[in-house]
Design a protein around this ligand. Structure first.
Ligand code: ADP
Ligand code: MG
Length: 372
């Protein structure tokens, strides 16, 4: 009856959304480090960034990359958040969302996700703003849906998962994607709860780091938000989750110069970042096999990558000319995960299906209108 038509309608809507592509790539360029004037960034507009390179013969050349959005060095934390907000809000509608920060060490990943070391109100990163926004929106909806919001904080270092909210090793981690049953899951209900937990997580993380290594740049950290909403009329439960991931630095380590632990770390990072790239690009090309099993990171996020899940990758650029090599490899990585969606061939193929689904939705809507 009526309920079925509604459900059908929602399913079709989701399929249309899916065909439109659930993978977004935003590129953020941080300001030049004071004292530097040489930059590799030639030009930025809303969707394109062009980089100065040089050819084999030493001549200057330009290379352009197109993404869903480019944030220049003067773009504020609030502006970055406002372009991310709709995605974040969809968690309360029962979607699974993954947001990644990718880039070489020092390019601004932690700045985007958490904020600068000396946190101010304007400096607050995506993580804090996301939670505050979810609290705000869940209050607005409290007459119709009762929400519970809980968080986990994990670190992946050398293919091992650590619980940052208890500093224990997790054994039973990769069995069922978003659920890491052994990790602390803490109920939160206000921005100050979140700030306290994140402080604890950061403390636990630095306790693990050795004096020599800045471990935070060689491990992935993940803040996972679980949302459960109960529809107060029907009693139906909906669940959504969001992973906010500050990835390990993507820089190539010169294998001839490192040995021992550093080499092992570098190999683990390479492996997991390329596994992530493989998963996202095979999702973007809608390949039938998605290679989730190739790293802890992709196993852990499996339930939230692909299907109806929405993915956003922030790629970070250090604009100094010295960083050119890393900048180009970062942009190439980003292009690989974004290409298919932006490619004309794919868009054409999809648009027929989208059109068909839209027509079906229109006729279902008409059927609904007749019933109501
Ligand atoms: P990463 O986490 O990628 O290693 P960080 O986020 O720690 O890099 O950034 C390196 C430095 O640059 C930090 O001091 C940070 O505060 C600063 N920074 C990064 N991005 C920005 C930005 N968009 N605006 C101002 N400062 C930034
Ligand atoms: Mg960092």
């Amino acid at each position: 009856g009526y309920q079925r038509v509604l459900e059908e309608n929602r399913k079709l809507y989701n399929q249309v959304q899916d065909l439109k592509g659930n993978i977004r790539v935003y590129c953020r360029v941080r300001p030049l480090v004071p004292g530097h004037s040489n930059t590799s960034v030639d030009h930025i507009d809303e969707r394109t960034i062009s980089i100065l390179t040089h050819s084999k013969y030493g001549k200057e050349a330009k290379k352009s990359f197109t993404f869903n959005k480019i944030f220049g060095p003067s773009v504020t934390q609030a502006e970055v958040f406002s372009d991310t907000q709709p995605l974040i809000r969809s968690v309360l509608d029962g979607y699974n969302v993954c947001i990644f920060a990718y880039g070489q060490t020092g390019s601004g990943k932690t700045h985007t996700m958490t904020g600068p070391k000396e946190l101010t109100e304007e400096g607050l990163g995506v993580n804090y703003r996301a939670l505050a926004d979810l609290f705000h929106l869940s209050k607005e909806r409290k007459e119709t849906i009762s929400y519970e919001i809980s968080v986990q904080m994990l670190e992946i270092y050398n293919e091992q998962v650590k619980d940052l909210l208890s500093a224990d090793e997790i054994r039973n981690s990769s069995q069922n994607g978003i659920n890491v049953p052994d990790a602390n899951l803490v109920r939160v209900s206000s921005p100050s709860d979140v700030i306290n937990l994140m402080d604890l997580g950061h403390k636990n993380r630095s306790v693990c780091s050795t004096a020599l290594n800045d471990r935070s740049s060689r491990s992935h950290s993940c803040l996972t938000v679980h949302v459960q909403g109960k529809d107060l009329t029907s009693g139906n439960i909906l669940r959504g989750s969001m992973h906010l991931v500050d990835l390990a630095g993507s820089e190539r380590v010169d294998k001839s110069e490192v040995t021992g632990d550093r080499l092992k770390e570098a190999q683990h990072i390479n492996k997991s970042l390329s596994a992530l790239g493989d998963v996202i690009s095979s999702l973007a090309s809608r390949s039938s096999h998605v290679p989730y099993r190739n790293s802890k990171l992709t196993q852990l996020l499996q339930d939230s990558l692909g299907g109806q899940a929405k993915t956003l990758m922030f790629v970070h650029i250090a604009p100094e000319y010295e960083a050119l090599g890393e900048t180009l490899s970062t942009l190439k990585f980003a292009e690989r995960v974004a290409t298919v969606e932006l490619g004309a061939a794919k868009v054409n193929k999809d648009s027929g299906e989208v059109k068909e689904l839209k027509e079906q939705i229109a006729s279902l809507k008409a059927a609904l209108a007749r019933k109501g």
